[in-house]
Ligand binder design. Structure first.
Ligand code: GLN
Length: 446
């Protein structure tokens, strides 16, 4: 049924890079047989899922939306891919993204531009735009995305679905092609809050293959869902409601907060004083780490290799010039510059110090409050082509999400109304490893 649906809408939406129909039908049959034999089924049994194409899948092409990996077939599964398979999920295919997850519109994919299903002339957000579009157009029941600075929440907001960026270290990054390793996290993109909790249950957990994975007691995220928000302390950071944010978007968030207040939550205004530095800090740290992570794509080990070259230097230069797109090259250049001797102290080291201050802002607020609420994005979904030639204006669509990745805390985006037929996203931010409180707040509002 899902492949029929995909056949019907994919020509317009273009969510997927690769469809894995044969493997999916085989798995579906396996699940059927298990069921017939009365064998125990996994938690996600038979439910069709889409996986962002920067998460490796054994034997199935994983391109990262890049010409560099156009024909790359990984010999192993990411930990999350394996977990999905172990729980009998049915993987329908791999979804489109901005090249190496760098972008906010999915226009940086080397292969196609995914459309926003609410208005095909608009972007679905990014970088997990393919995953978000697939979920809202029902080309999958749910999807996995990845976030370095907002790539789960921003497309979730633009497409009107639920997206969660878990606490750094909660979900294994093993097999997620690294963009900025100290910021990257994989998370669920779902149609509702309960699905989000169920998927998180199945992908979270310690993994010895990821040295930053945290070993903690397992939590059942569905448990707290129905606890309600009576007495819950909600903070609204004034910096997240300033005049850079579309007032129509802000009004929707205030309306949603009123609903929570009506359910017994207590709401106060707070300050996250270092917010103004978040974007510049992010756009030093993320490119710096990216420039290092992407050094492995040299035309020798795997991926694209240029055809004609006379020396090893020429092989590197031509391979990388031809294999990477504009935005990726821009990040490699910025990152290399920030890390170079002479500039390291002025940029990278200073950015790391400011990152600590941003993290402390959150710690201070969470001494008194349970969750922080804000809009997810400063604007409604923008038009395809509107920001593509202007990287700075594209970067600005992340002003409300990047701090959360810098601080390592979890945050969810959920739909909270529509303006002119376009969805608005509300961001709920929580304490480290306190996804349960975020989810119960979201569930109460939903
Ligand atoms: N849009 C941001 C960037 O371009 C965040 C991307 C992400 O979270 N992967 O870096």
């Amino acid at each position: 049924r899902y492949f029929k649906r995909i056949e019907k809408v994919e020509g317009k939406v273009e969510s997927y890079i690769t469809l894995t129909k044969e493997e999916a039908l085989k798995k579906a049959k396996e699940v059927d047989e298990k069921l017939a034999k009365g064998e125990e089924l996994g938690d996600l049994a038979g439910i069709p899922v889409a996986v962002k194409d920067n998460i490796v899948t054994e034997g199935v092409k994983t391109t990262c939306g890049s010409k560099m990996l156009e024909n790359f077939v990984p010999p192993y599964d990411a930990t999350v891919t394996k977990k999905l398979k172990d729980e009998d999920a049915i993987i329908l295919g791999k979804t489109n993204l901005d090249e190496f997850a760098m972008g906010s519109s999915t226009e940086n994919s080397a292969f196609k531009t995914t459309k926003n299903p609410w208005d095909l002339s608009r972007v679905p957000g990014g970088s997990s735009g393919g995953s978000a579009a697939a979920v809202v157009s029902d080309e999958a029941v749910y999807a996995l995305g990845s976030s370095t600075g907002g790539s789960i929440r921003q497309p979730a907001a633009f497409c009107g679905i639920v997206g969660l960026k878990p606490t750094y270290g909660l979900v294994s990054r093993y097999g997620l092609v690294a963009f900025a390793s100290s910021l990257d996290q994989i998370g669920p993109m779902t149609k509702d809050v309960e699905d989000c909790a169920i998927v998180l249950n199945n992908i979270a957990g310690y993994d010895k293959m990821d040295s930053t994975s945290v070993n903690r007691e397992k939590v059942d995220y569905t448990k707290a869902l129905k606890e309600g928000v009576k007495g819950l302390k909600i903070a609204l950071p004034k910096e997240y409601f300033d005049d850079r944010i579309d007032s129509r978007v802000k009004d929707k968030i205030y309306d949603a907060v009123k609903v929570l207040e009506g359910l017994g939550a207590e709401v106060s205004e707070v300050s996250l004083p270092h917010s103004e530095y978040a974007l510049s800090t992010y756009y030093i740290i993320a490119p710096a780490e990216a420039s290092s992570n992407l050094a492995r794509f040299d035309g020798v080990r795997y991926g694209y290799r240029t055809e004609n070259y006379n020396s090893i230097d020429e092989l590197f230069i031509k391979t990388r010039s031809e294999g990477f797109g504009e935005e990726v090259k821009r990040r490699i250049m910025v990152g290399t510059y920030c890390l170079s001797s002479g500039y390291y102290d002025a940029y990278y080291k200073r950015a790391q110090k400011v990152r600590t201050l941003i993290k402390k802002d959150f710690e201070d607020v969470f001494k008194k409050y349970d969750v922080i609420i804000s809009p997810t994005t400063p604007t409604l979904p923008f038009k395809i082509g509107e920001k593509k030639e202007d990287p700075i204006s594209m970067y600005l669509s992340d002003i409300l999400t990047v701090s959360i990745n810098l601080a390592g805390v979890p945050a969810l985006s959920m739909p909270c109304g529509y303006i002119d037929g376009l969805p608005v996203g509300m961001q709920i931010i929580g304490k480290a490893f306190d996804e349960s409180t975020i989810l119960k707040t979201a569930y109460a509002y939903e």
